[in-house]
Design a protein around this ligand. Structure first.
Ligand SMILES: NC(=O)c1ccc[n+]([C@@H]2O[C@H](COP(=O)([O-])OP(=O)(O)OC[C@H]3O[C@@H](n4cnc5c(N)ncnc54)[C@H](OP(=O)(O)O)[C@@H]3O)[C@@H](O)[C@H]2O)c1
Length: 297
């Protein structure tokens, strides 16, 4: 099958592309930055999108490209809507014209966090920040325009090692030379290991049971819970991890108190094979440690 990927150089793309390449698929990996072998495609450029579709003739699309810096989106709202909403519309338009299926990755951040237990696919979104609003708009464009689509909401993404721009990489960088680190304990979410969701996406797509899904590692945790385990898995028990409130770290974008998700539909379908967040984190930290080992001659 001929598969087009947008945002292929990012955290998730770096896990998904190798898996697709292992199968007999012909893939075209695209990203706004033509690095790591990706073809340059800005999804907000309608003519560019049309040309890539015409030249490559995809039979399916994995649409991962997005501006994912949540605080950046709050500050540069136009850029956020340009890529995450208009860009998604461009991709959807081309899929619609060719009647091909689309996989769109969305976010657990679409919820307002007022619930006390993890959100299922049957809960109503009510986004609190610009990033989540742009992603939810993307969801509705996909759902109202296409017959064959998967909208898959992920939680806090971990993975990518050198591509990792999120919390885990920030914490690991902080460990050198520190005796104490602070991590927010009053916001709870779901971790999503890129390796696990990439595998889960391929299994889900094969079912052709189109629709909206949650796909995160099992269980929920705060940044404080994550930081404690990172310190443990890095073998740095000499470092104290101290719980902090989000008020101690004011950020431009409002975060929901709870953005944990339950893979409810996958469970109903007997397909919730995602490992727990602790297992995922342990595996990822192990990969990071290995990548930091000096390369022998
Ligand atoms: N990261 C998370 O915690 C998280 C959580 C839930 C859902 N998601 C969703 O999962 C998907 C994959 O995210 P990820 O974690 O792999 O994020 P990522 O590492 O930021 O990857 C996104 C990729 O898209 C690229 N991109 C940005 N603007 C673009 C444009 N206009 N045209 C084409 N490519 C563009 C980025 O390039 P630059 O790096 O140069 O901007 C980056 O390579 C996204 O749709 C995201 O919204 C992410």
């Amino acid at each position: 099958m001929r598969i087009l990927i947008t945002g292929s150089s990012g955290m998730l793309g770096s896990a998904l592309c190798p898996l697709l390449s292992e199968r007999n698929d012909t893939i075209l990996a695209t990203d706004i930055n033509a690095n790591g072998g990706a073809v340059c495609l800005d999804i907000a450029d309608m003519e560019g999108v049309k040309k890539v579709f015409a030249d490559f003739g995809p039979e399916a699309v994995f649409h991962l490209a997005a501006v994912t810096d949540v605080d950046g989106c709050e500050i540069q709202q136009e850029e956020a809507y340009r890529t995450n909403t208009l860009g998604t519309e461009n991709i959807v338009f081309s899929c619609m014209k060719r009647d091909i299926p689309l996989v769109y990755i969305s976010t657990a951040a679409v919820f307002d966090g007022k619930k006390k237990v993890p959100y299922t696919e049957f809960d109503l979104p009510n986004p609190l920040n610009v990033y989540a609003k742009t992603k939810l708009e993307g969801e509705s464009i996909v759902a109202r325009s296409l017959k064959r689509y998967f909208i898959v909401r992920a939680g806090w993404m971990i993975g990518g090692i050198d591509k990792d721009k999120k919390f885990v990489s920030k914490i690991i960088k902080q460990l050198d030379g520190q005796k104490e680190i602070f991590a927010v304990a009053d916001k709870v979410g779901s971790l999503t290991f890129t390796k696990d969701i990439a595998k889960g996406l391929l299994s889900l797509v094969e079912t052709e049971r189109y629709g909206l899904y949650h796909m995160a590692n099992k269980g929920s945790c705060s940044r404080y819970d994550i930081a404690k385990l990172i310190v443990k898995f890095m073998g740095r028990d000499d470092i104290a991890v101290t719980p902090a409130t989000s008020e101690m770290f004011p950020l431009p974008a409002l975060r929901p108190d709870l953005e944990a998700i339950d893979n409810f539909k996958l469970t109903l379908m007997g397909m919730n094979n995602m490992p727990t967040w602790e297992e995922a984190l342990e595996e990822y930290v192990f990969m990071v440690k290995k990548s930091r080992e000096p390369v022998g001659l």
